[in-house]
Design a protein around this ligand. Structure first.
Ligand SMILES: C[S@@+](CC[C@H](N)C(=O)[O-])C[C@H]1O[C@@H](n2cnc3c(N)ncnc32)[C@H](O)[C@@H]1O
Length: 199
């Protein structure tokens, strides 16, 4: 699958990215699985006026043979950019659904690092289920010094939680490849109300 700009690719991102040259991407924003334990349905078309709903995506991760293999591969690959984080996270989490998820993400985040230009940036959208573990993987893959911001995306309404505080935010981890990263400053005019305060 040849790399083309302004294009939409369909498939497993690991396999798609493998076909691309290294250092060809300016910016990555990823909204990957969160390990949210939720099922997401998608509504397509309207046959006979009734929307057809299919199970589009199951965000539940379990420890299985594939996860064990991924973990072993990453632990054996001492030069893999995510190696140290997976060794540490395996010690903390053991054989678990969370580690199954994190090894899956580690393989893809390392590939993304290779595909980003030296001036590139990456925004990883996740939530508090795994953001703290993902930050360790990102620190390892991109380096601690490449971390720029943890952005909080606050919703108006929280998810229900009968016995605890409602989760009201997603997290976006912003990392760059190198110090020479491209940054386009975003500005907008002050509102009249804001200007009025200083008259
Ligand atoms: C949190 S959802 C993102 C939803 C999307 N942003 C939207 O608004 O519809 C995560 C998505 O990643 C997809 N996904 C999971 N693993 C993938 C992979 N290896 N390659 C490409 N997409 C993947 C899932 O099918 C799911 O649609």
């Amino acid at each position: 699958m040849q790399f083309k700009t302004n294009s939409l690719y369909y498939g497993n991102c690991l396999e798609v990215m493998q076909q691309w040259p290294d250092q060809c991407i300016d910016l990555i924003y990823l909204d990957p699985p969160f390990n949210s334990k939720a099922n997401y349905n998608q509504t397509f078309g309207k046959g006979n006026g009734v929307p057809a709903q299919v199970r589009a995506f199951t965000d539940t991760w379990i420890w299985n043979d594939a996860a064990a293999q991924r973990t072993m591969d990453l632990k054996n690959a001492v030069n893999h950019p995510a190696h140290k984080s997976i060794v540490g996270l395996h010690t903390i989490l053991g054989d678990s659904g969370m580690l199954a998820y994190l090894t899956y993400m580690a393989e893809r985040l390392a590939m993304m690092k290779n595909k980003l230009k030296p001036t590139g940036s990456i925004y990883l959208h996740c939530d508090p289920t795994a953001s703290h573990y993902l930050k360790m993987v990102m620190d390892c893959v991109f380096r601690v010094s490449s971390f720029r911001n943890e952005i909080t995306w606050k919703r108006h309404e929280s998810h229900n939680n009968a016995k605890g505080y409602g989760n009201i935010a997603d997290i976006i981890l912003f990392y760059v490849v190198g110090n020479n990263y491209i940054w386009n400053q975003q500005c907008h005019k002050y509102s009249d109300a804001q200007l009025g305060r200083y008259k």
